[in-house]
Design a protein around this ligand. Structure first.
Ligand SMILES: Cc1ncc(COP(=O)(O)O)c(C=O)c1O
Length: 369
């Protein structure tokens, strides 16, 4: 764009994601460039694109947009959120200590326990509350922290400002998985975090049709190191999926705001619903979870819902119901799950953009007497 992009509101930047790239034809939609390899103009010369694992025009435009949204110097798009987290963890070296709260996506738990630990990282699990309430103490003798806020699936939150200050004081690399909030509600880099992570499969793409991941950073040296790791290990996002993400991003603000409004209404309604014993919702975002009075009620709910879809994942336009103990957190230690309240009465919902009245009516009939 010719105008100063940073002066535009985020909605305007989102709406025009990828729309100014094609100066040759003026295409308002970002072209999908499927080429895996690019002709060199001459010996030792390059157009800037050599081979698509290293850089691809469609992916590069997506990465430019993502870096701009997060307030970073560079973003990288991956073939999944897990590939992005794996790449971020490779900033560490064997023998270094990673602090990580137990309230974390089950796939991240599995990655850390079953791949990062055998690779040589020392994993220090902590209570989310310990990090939230006394971050400086929790960070003593650690090299890096990986956290989510709000957490998955109990949607606990923390004051990221406090955690950033402690990380800076202790010289700790701070990595924040910001999948649940998107750059609309939280921009960790602007607060001082080192690496922001997204499962792009969720709100950023937004239509339950792409698996992708994102890392963004504000430090050039860190960006270079991550790009080296990504190019070397190869988990890049393909051109078509990059385009789908660019298209999804255009409506992120509309989708997220509509879903958040629905979530606020539904959380309020659940508070007074017979059979619901606890509602976890921080008041913002569109993810919430609730505990019912019996597993039978959960079973009936899943059998009876018509509009809600019983499926994993989150952040798409369709409202989804997930049972974390059986799905997203199946690979977490049973003891840890029990401690966190992830039992067979816990239901996680990703609220979509259908009408709130319809979503409530469907939940009401499915929750039963
Ligand atoms: C908070 C969070 N981070 C990371 C991931 C992993 O992302 P992906 O499924 O795109 O690999 C997920 C997936 O559900 C998630 O919920």
């Amino acid at each position: 764009m010719n105008m100063d992009n940073q002066k535009l509101k985020i909605d305007s930047r989102l709406a025009q994601a990828g729309s100014r790239w094609d100066t040759r034809t003026g295409s308002v939609s970002m072209p999908i460039v499927p080429g895996s390899t690019f002709k060199h103009p001459g010996l030792g010369e390059s157009t800037g694109f050599d081979y698509s694992r290293t850089a691809n025009p469609t992916r590069q435009e997506l990465e430019r947009v993502l870096a701009d949204l997060e307030g970073g110097v560079r973003a990288l798009a991956f073939s999944s959120g897990m590939a992005a987290i794996d790449c971020a963890l490779r900033l560490m070296e064997p023998g270094q200590t990673l602090l990580i709260p137990e309230d974390i996506y089950g796939g991240t738990f599995r990655l850390v326990e079953q791949l990062a630990k055998p690779w040589g990282l020392i994993i220090k699990w902590c209570d989310f509350e310990a990090l939230r309430d006394n971050p400086a103490e929790a960070m003593l003798n650690v090299h890096a922290v990986l956290l989510e806020t709000p957490t998955n699936p109990t949607v606990k939150t923390l004051d990221l400002d406090l955690v950033v200050k402690a990380a800076q004081k202790n010289d700790v690399l701070l990595m924040v998985d910001s999948t649940f909030l998107t750059p609309l509600l939280l921009r960790p880099l602007e607060l001082g975090a080192d690496v922001v992570i997204h499962s792009g499969s969720k709100y950023l793409a937004g239509h339950n049709d792409v698996i992708s991941g994102v890392l963004a950073v504000k430090d050039e040296a860190l960006a270079e190191r991550l790009a080296f790791i990504q190019n070397t290990s190869g988990g890049v996002l393909g051109p078509f999926d990059s385009w789908l993400m660019l298209r999804g991003l255009k409506t992120l603000a509309l989708r997220f705001n509509a879903a958040q409004k629905n979530a606020q209404i539904i959380a309020q309604w659940l508070q007074n619903r017979q059979g619901v014993v606890k509602v976890n919702y921080p008041g913002y975002g569109a993810m919430l979870s609730f505990s019912t009075d019996s597993h039978l009620r959960v079973k009936n709910l899943l059998e009876k819902v018509n509009l809600w879809i019983y499926a994993e994942s989150l952040g798409g336009v369709e409202s989804l119901i997930t049972i974390p103990i059986l799905q997203t957190h199946a690979d977490m230690d049973a003891q840890v799950r029990e401690k966190l309240g992830i039992n067979d009465c816990l239901v996680r919902v990703s609220v979509g953009i259908e009408h709130a009245d319809d979503l409530i009516a469907d939940l009401d009939q499915a929750l039963g007497e």
